[in-house]
Every structure is written in structure tokens, then in C-alpha cells.
Design a protein around this ligand. Sequence first.
Ligand code: R5P
Length: 286
Amino acid sequence: MIVYGGSNSIELTSKISAISGFSKGDVEIKTFPDGEIYVRILSDVCGKEAVLVQSALDNNALVESLLLLDALRDSGAKKIHAVFPYLVYMRQDKKFMEGEALSAKTVLSLLNEKSDYLTLVNAHFLDTGGVHVFHGMEINNLDALPLIAKYFAGKLGNPVFVAPDEGAREVVGRAAEKTGCEFDYLEKNRINGEEVEIKPKDLNVEGRAVVILDDMISTGGTMIEASRALRSQGAKTINLGCVHGVFSKGTEIFNKVCDSIVCTDTLPQRESLVSVTDLIVESLKE
Ligand code: R5P
């Protein structure tokens, strides 16, 4: 097996190659002045199994991935494993209004057509790890949230894990369960026409170290609202954890609201203190 990295996953690809023992393939990737992307497979892949690792954070990275997958196929790769530690457009898997694009289906169909195996890490619309069939496509979804939960449990002793909303309840609950720590989720209750109270459904967090977990932090709005609510309930420390640290508004916005913030290296960030390397290597070896 040869592992090739897209431009957003160079470091992660090197780690995967080092730990798995699979050789690392060379690629050339450049952008023309008008924005067009050029890719070329440099290491011979003819008749071999290829792995492409690419965190597709935006439209450019997505196009780069499509070009790399086609180039691998055209260069004679026997099988192609497409591994997307992060993949854009995974939020819209359903139509909420007539006429909307099912963006998750559109993007996954393109990637599925150009690869033999498709692996994602905490795809936003999937709540559990394992193989899922989505519009006829098989997607292997790896759940990295337990890695973040274990990191915090090791650091903080006996924190209480909190999901910031009901949507994250299942995936965060499962991650917390693996640490043996307590778990709750935030619930919004309308007090009157103007006031909404946000507080943990069952637990009292007063004086406790709290870890708010979610699959991703994008603008940070969800985490900031949850942090303020838990602080006002008397939490001793507020720690934020996620798999995908998108941080589209930077991380300075969290300075005054939390004590620590940790994500995985699906997207390389200063806060990437937990690696998904072993999770991906185990999955590839299976
Ligand atoms: C919500 O459905 C998700 O689980 C996250 O809470 C959300 O995507 C995070 O977005 P933001 O950081 O922009 O609030």
C-alpha cells in the first residue's frame, strides 16, 4: 500500500506512513495564477493499492482531492482508499426545504465514484462509527470523539462531560461512557417571552471541571453559548473538546470563556493535541 497526502494532510500522511509501515508516495500539487489546481502523481502506483489522505476543508481542497483520485486511477492504482479526516458539506444530508441541494450526497457521490473505499472521521451527519450506507454508498465512519474524551479524563481526573445540545447527545454520551465519567447534555427552557435558560438536563456542575464536547467547532457560537451557560451554573473550569477544529473565527474568541481547548489533528491546529493516526492506521489494516 502507498499513502499519498493532499496538501491539507501532509503531516498526518507522514505519521500514517511511519506508524503503518506503508510507504509514502510523492505528489506534486500547485496552483496556477488563475486559481486552477495542477496535480501529478510522482511515485509509481501501477498495480498497487493507494491511499489518499486529505482533509478537504474547502472547495479548493475538494477539487484537489478529485484530481488526485483521478490521477491515481489513471496512473494504474489497483485499489484506491480515499480517507478524508475532515470533509466539507457533511452538514446537509437531508432536504429541509423544497429545491435544496443535498450537498452531502453530491460530494460523497463524486468521491465514491472515484475510489474503492471511502473512510471519513466523524462525518457530521453520522452519529455512530462503523460502516453506513448512504444513498447506496458505503461509508466507513471513524469515531474519534472517545480519543478526546480520554485525553480530558486523563488530564482532569473526574470531569463531567456535557454535550452542548441534544443533537450531540448520542455521540458525546458514547465517548463519555468509555471514560466512566458522568455525562449530561444542555437543554434550553423558555422562561418567558424574552428569556431562555440553558442548563444541564440532570446534573449539577457546581464546582466541577466540565468538558464540553462536540464533533466540530466551526464559528464557535455553540461552544461559547454553552460555556457561558455552564459558567453561570457554577462550573469550576470549562474545557472545550472537538474532533474537527475548524475555528473559522480563530481561537482568540474562546480566551475569556474557557480554560482549555483541544481538538484532533484531522485539521492541523495549535490545539491539535490528540492524533487520529492510530485510528486511521487500524482501519486501513482491517
Ligand atoms: C451542530 O449541529 C454541530 O454539532 C456543531 O455544534 C456545530 O456545527 C458547531 O458550529 P459552530 O461552532 O459554528 O457553532
